[in-house]
Design a protein around this ligand. Structure first.
Ligand SMILES: NC(=O)c1ccc[n+]([C@@H]2O[C@H](COP(=O)([O-])OP(=O)(O)OC[C@H]3O[C@@H](n4cnc5c(N)ncnc54)[C@H](OP(=O)(O)O)[C@@H]3O)[C@@H](O)[C@H]2O)c1
Length: 323
């Protein structure tokens, strides 16, 4: 403690947080087991893009090494600024970070993939990302109407991006079991990751099992499910004040949010909690010092209702609709 006190006294950068464990991907790269979400879906009207810059900086300061963004979030520039701030302050070096971004639906033609990634890199201010994902298996035109591009063609562009060193790993998001199988059967490089919604009301056992049995890591988006407000009066439990989650949280001296994140981690998933609040950002990474019992995991899993936070009903009639 005395040494620590001295270091703090002299104003040296001491990263107090221990760093999260990593998942070994099928291409040999290591992916930190929790990522800061930077999607804008839950942003309040008063939130600004500068909040994203701060959130990314606070997250790295708190020990996060993985940031999840996407071209369609419109915040890659602020994510890049937060990263640059943290590097400038000497908290991390670029190679200690794992940055994920995603290809939007209107850039699915094979020859659009590398230019789209280059644009993301220029907004992020980076020379490479660690993971580039096809955001959805659905292709659209620029006006949002459906396009008939096969995601197998898009994947060829993803393989080219990896070959060029613009991304170290490639993967997909929102792909279902048959889409994963078709991709595996028709690609040179298998996807390293599938990112999709997983939380207590959408546990996704079959898809999680399928990905893991093919050595594809799973990133879990919207990990809090309906524990946090989604402005949905019909939202199923568990809510934040749920007594079952509350009892587990009390037992370990944790919050309901931490219990739900730990639930994902116990399943071998990489949760992506989004927050722009400094206190909650720190809270959400403080989930590596306790374990849930098999009974507690089963109790949380029994909330499953196959109800999604993220609905994309408007795309139901589009080719390759995955849900
Ligand atoms: N690939 C895809 O298609 C896809 C789709 C959706 C999301 N994602 C990714 O996944 C990330 C997370 O998903 P999400 O944003 O839908 O949902 P989420 O992380 O499950 O929930 C975010 C909400 O929870 C609040 N919150 C955060 N920590 C909390 C805590 N400890 N206690 C109570 N409330 C807390 C946040 O508010 P504050 O900010 O005020 O803390 C925000 O309102 C996104 O940001 C994005 O990166 C990917």
């Amino acid at each position: 403690m005395r040494v620590l006190g001295l270091l703090l006294f002299f104003g040296l950068n001491v990263v107090l947080a221990t760093q999260p464990p990593c998942v070994l991907l099928n291409d040999g790269n290591k992916m930190p087991m929790i990522a800061l979400g930077t999607g804008r879906g839950t942003a309040k009207e008063t939130d600004t893009l500068d909040d994203v810059r701060n959130a990314v900086f606070w997250a790295i300061e708190a020990g996060y090494r993985h940031i999840d963004t996407a071209a369609v979030y419109g915040d890659e520039e602020q994510v890049g600024q937060g990263i640059a701030d943290a590097i400038a302050k000497g908290i991390v070096t670029r190679d200690q970070l794992f940055i994920t971004t995603k290809l939007w639906n209107d850039k699915h033609a094979r020859d659009q993939v590398v230019p789209a990634l280059k644009e993301s890199l220029s907004r992020l201010g980076l020379e490479y990302v660690d993971l580039f994902l096809i955001h959805f298996p659905i292709a659209t035109k620029e006006d949002g109407s459906p396009d008939n591009i096969d995601y197998l063609d898009t994947w060829k562009g993803m393989e080219e991006a990896k070959q060029l060193g613009l991304t170290t790993s490639i993967g997909v998001s929102n792909f279902n079991i048959s889409q994963i199988d078709r991709l595996l059967a028709n690609s040179n490089v298998p996807p390293a990751v599938n990112e999709f919604e997983v939380n207590p009301t959408l546990t996704q056992e079959p898809l999680v099992y399928h990905c893991m049995s093919h050595n594809i890591a799973v990133m879990a988006y919207s990990p809090f499910g309906f524990l946090v407000s989604r402005n949905r009066p019909d939202a199923p439990p568990p809510k934040y004040d749920d007594p079952i989650i509350g009892a587990i949280a009390a037992k370990y001296g944790k919050s309901p949010g931490q219990v739900v994140l730990r639930f994902a981690i116990e399943r071998g998933l990489v949760p992506i909690p989004k927050s722009t609040n400094q206190k909650r950002i720190a809270e959400n990474i403080n989930v590596f010092d306790f374990e849930l019992s098999a009974e507690e995991i089963a109790a949380i899993a029994s909330f499953n209702k196959n109800v999604r936070v993220i609905e994309i009903d408007g795309w139901k009639d589009y080719p390759n609709y995955p849900f």
